[in-house]
Design a protein around this ligand. Sequence first.
Ligand code: SDX
Length: 431
Amino acid sequence: MVDETKTAKLTIDGDSFELPILSPSAGPDVLDIRKLYGQAGVFTYDPGFTSTAACDSTITFIDGGKGELLHRGYPIDQLASQSHFLEVCYLLLYDALPTAAELEKFENTITRHTMIHEQMVNFFRGFRRDAHPMAIMVGVVGAMAAFYHDSTDISDPQQREVASHRLIAKMPTIAAWAYKYSIGQPFVYPRNDLDYAANFLHMCFAVPAEEYQVDPILARAMDRIFTLHADHEQNASTSTVRLASSSGANPFACIAAGIACLWGPAHGGANQACLEMLNEIGSTDRIPEFIARAKDKNDPFRLMGFGHRVYKNFDPRATVMKQSADEVLELLGVENNPILAVAKELEAAALADPYFAEKKLFPNVDFYSGIILEAMGFPTSMFTPVFALARTVGWISQWKEQISDPALKIGRPRQLYLGETARNYVNIEDR
Ligand code: SDX
């Protein structure tokens, strides 16, 4: 429970109102304005939610000043180096690190839910071959509600559990098949003898014509990328999932809404936009030109993969991702990748520039991830689907937390209305 002893006083036109201040276990105090409109007849105004806590949560905490990211209290750098993605999934879902027996049971469950209903293959075939994989993911994940009716009743904890497992398990298959469809190759079915990350790489890169051995170091790097993207407080796509689920929509529809929101270049689409930007820069001698554009108020260009609403020091995920980029590219013998050189030079130039320092802009999780994914063989169009695959557990964990809250109300923001006040209709002959 939060400590509600502190209050704030608000005075409007001579009238005073006491507002409770809620003290969290970490992070800033929260001014509780739930009764404000009823008491004072005023709304608060915060279009980008820069100062608004939309919910309470116990799942993930970010300290933007310290560059700290905790999942159920465990720092992301420890989870990235000592844990693995399915264990992090268990932690996010159940608020505890699993025992060996619990982890084995959970991994077996996920492994045995990786196939999708065979009839869903028809959905993929309905898309053009050049459809963006995110368009396919939004469509196919939303369509899961038409196939898995036995896990859409959100009032039933058992159905919520099954839906959670199905979504985590099937997302790699859906993402991999979206990729295979886009390159005209046959779908590769999941294999129960492979772990989660290796299975995804196998479904993406194996072909029926020959054996495909997943490189364990690439599988480890893939698994780490999943962990680094698992959850991130109330970001735009998670807030979309929460708002959708507040109406009682089924979990598949809510996750499809989250995928749609993540697609945007200001959010999960930044990893694709960042690599496209690095390729456009092309060589280190063009970096000053792009730095100047990013600083030019009249130029809409922004450095993709740079900046963050919450991190005002550094994004701890980017630090781990940068280390992983060096490892993977060296393993693949492409450590002299010119794009990696551009990325590192661009990072150094931006961080040395007062503009970026003043605005506290630095690489975020999307800056280096694309370099690794491209080196692994993924096209840029697959970068955001990988992000969506990994973030599914975060969306689902936040969805479960909200759905199981008995005090849940439908989300219904108000507005600052600046339009016309009431006026009478004018017949067309009088206009
Ligand atoms: C993700 O929320 C999350 O947690 C998201 C995420 C997650 O895990 O869910 O971390 C994943 O979305 C990471 C962010 C990926 N997006 C990008 O890399 C796109 C490029 N970055 C931005 O567009 C921007 O930095 C945002 C969207 C990330 C944050 O935007 P904010 O917090 O609304 O900041 P802002 O747009 O108000 O910018 C503040 C100032 C502005 O200048 P002024 O108007 O004050 O003069 O900084 C400038 C901006 O112009 N600025 C940039 C910049 N980002 C902000 N200038 C140049 N290049 C940039 N990248």
